[in-house]
Structure formats: C-alpha cells, structure tokens
Design a protein around this ligand. Sequence first.
Ligand SMILES: *Cc1c(COP(=O)(O)O)cnc(C)c1O
Length: 404
Amino acid sequence: MGQQLSNEQLVASAKEFGTPLYIYHAEKIKEQYEKLAAAFSILDTRFFYASKALTNINILRYIKSIGCNVDCSSINEVKLALHAGFIPGNILYTSNGIAFDEIEEAVAAGVHINIDSLSNLEKFGKKYGHTYPVGIRIRPNIMAGGNLKISTGHEGSKFGIPVSQLDKIEELVREHTIFIKTLHIHTGSDIKDADVFVKGMEVLFDIIPHFPELEIIDLGGGFKVPYKPGEKETDVHLLAKKIKETFEAHPLAGNKKFQLWFEPGKFLVSECGYLVTQVTVVKDTGTTIFAAVNSGLNHLIRPMMYEAYHHIENISNPGGTEKVYTVTGNICETDNFGIDRKLKEVREGDLLVLYNAGAYGFEMSSNYNSRYKPAEVLVINDKTKLIRKRDEFNDLLRNQLEVL
Ligand SMILES: *Cc1c(COP(=O)(O)O)cnc(C)c1O
C-alpha cells in the first residue's frame, strides 16, 4: 500500500479549500518512482513520465525534481514540459495521428520523437534525412490492457505502424537514410502481466537486425496499480528480471547494448490522487439508495468511460454502520461513480473520497453542465498548497465572444 494521506488530512483540506477537490500527495509519486528506478537499476533504463495522466505544472516540476524525464502526447505537452524546466534531451514526444507540422515543431524544440505512421515517417525522411535521429512506434499485434478502450497494441488498433509493414518502413529508411534510433511499443494500460512486455520484446527482436543504428528499446507505459483493496500492482522487480533475461536470450541482437526506456503514467500518479466530494442528496428509491455528490463524470470520467473501479470511502462517519449505496454524480447523464458499494452510513453533507484519482482524473475533466472544474492541491512535506483555483463564473464565459 505504501504511503497514504490520512482521513484527517483529507477532511482538513476539504474544509480549507472546499469540494469537490483533487488532492495530490507528492511523496507518493516519489515512492512509486523510486520503486521503478530501484527495480530497473539492473539495466540501463530511463523513465519518461507520461504527462497526459496529469499535467499540472507543479506536478511536472515535482517529477523533474525527483530525476524523472517526461513523455508528451501533444506539442502543447512538450511546451508545458519546457515551461516546467525540462531540458529538450529529457523530453520525449510520442505522437499519434498528428499533422506533420507538430513534428516539425518538436524537431525545432530538439526533443526526442517517436513517429507513428508511414505517412509522417516519409515526410520526416524527406525533410530531415539522416540529420535527426528518431524513433518509430511499432504496433506489435498483441492484445493487452484492462479494457478495449485502453488497449493499443492489437490488430485493429490505430496506434503505431503494424509490424507487418516492416518492408515499407525499410524502404523509407533506405530511400531517405533515416536515422532510426528507437523502436517503441506501448500495448495498453493496466498491464499486470510481465509476459506482455516480454512478448512485445520478442516482436521487436525479430526486427532489430533491420535497424543497425538502433540505440533504444522503448516499451511504453501501462504498468498496473491497485484500484481495489487487496489488488496488486505490476511486480516491477519480476518485470525487470524478465526483461534482462530476454535481452540475454538474444545475444545476436544484443551484440549491442540497448538503452531501455519506459513511459509510466498511472504507475507514478494514480495512487497519489484523491477526489474529495460532498454528499448533496441521499435518495432511497426502495430498490437502491443513491448517494449523490457534488461532482460527476465532468470531473472524473473513468468509471463511465472505462468502467474503471475507484474505491470510495465515507471519511465523515468512520464509526457508522455499513450500508449499500450507489454513489452517483449530479450530471444530466447516468454518471455513477460506484454501484452497490458498502459504505459507512452516508448522511447529506458527508465527505466521500474517491481513490486513485491522480491519473486521468482532473486531466480529463470538463465544464459539462456548466459546472466548475475542481480546485487542485498538492500535499508536499506535510504542507498543503493550492495548485489550481476552482473555476469561477467568468471561466465559463472565457473565450466566448458575445456577438448577440
Ligand atoms: C498513455 C500512454 C502512456 C502511459 O500509460 P499508463 O497506463 O498511464 O502508464 C505511455 N506511453 C504512451 C505512448 C501513451 O500513450
């Protein structure tokens, strides 16, 4: 389980900053990073935090302060990373489905780039030839991940260049003398099984000999974290051991020492985050007792989008008797946070906390139903700092031009 904020700390923050409130715990991020770094110290490894999970500038700066690099999925994330103080050499841009001008901007910024289509690879080759070492994202045709919406490496997925199109990649590389320095795969999210990464490597080892200038094997992110009590995270020590063995089992391809890259998002920031909400209405319909809170899918969309499980607790009534509730939001769509959950008796006004709210929580939030986006606070060295103000009414009108 590791470090966790206490109920008292969560309640105190909710009192000070109001609800709904995203609370992040800096030292938990560090704990997760150090776990990874320790496990992979047996290999030459670099970690790039997949910043799309949570891009608050303070989180990016904290990630930098603990020695981690950053992975970006848009040119704006690259700009945020630069703004946070990362040097270009510590920034990776893994693109997908983007216009070539974003890649040109990334080259101008001097960051590492993984290209995800033959079309952009061709444009890249024509413009930069051998002058700018680059990575390619390969689709290994492996099914993995907790849910189809977060699986990215299978046949039918839009991500990467299918490994079956190797001949086309080679043609472009030959024609434009492209310097391929990285082979990248990212097969999905919520991957507990180390063998998925090994399978991905096996696919890469088949094609490594075709890229003599290769320096880096990038296995993406997707490590699983526990969402339910008692669940286990990816065993990163076992994973590191298996990956080392896989390298050693391929002495031909491994004549050269490759650096290993990873892009963890969830693993670093999922558990550091808490969404604290307040119960607005308790409604007993005879079949279900609904506990409605002052939040919804506009603030945390994962339960409705991926059927993600977020553990919920009533932190206002720890001594109450347990009952079964469906915790729901206040949005004009079905926006259950949790169905048939055992909670300590819930009263209107109680605070309910949703765990694992750091990754893809605030980041995917919206103003749907013209509700305000929540505030965000960071707990660091036992001090709680406001790192984003709650929206105000003017934020709903920002960028609108009142022409009528
Ligand atoms: C989303 C993403 C990641 C991070 O995935 P997690 O499941 O959060 O670890 C890493 N690499 C790429 C290319 C991604 O798109």
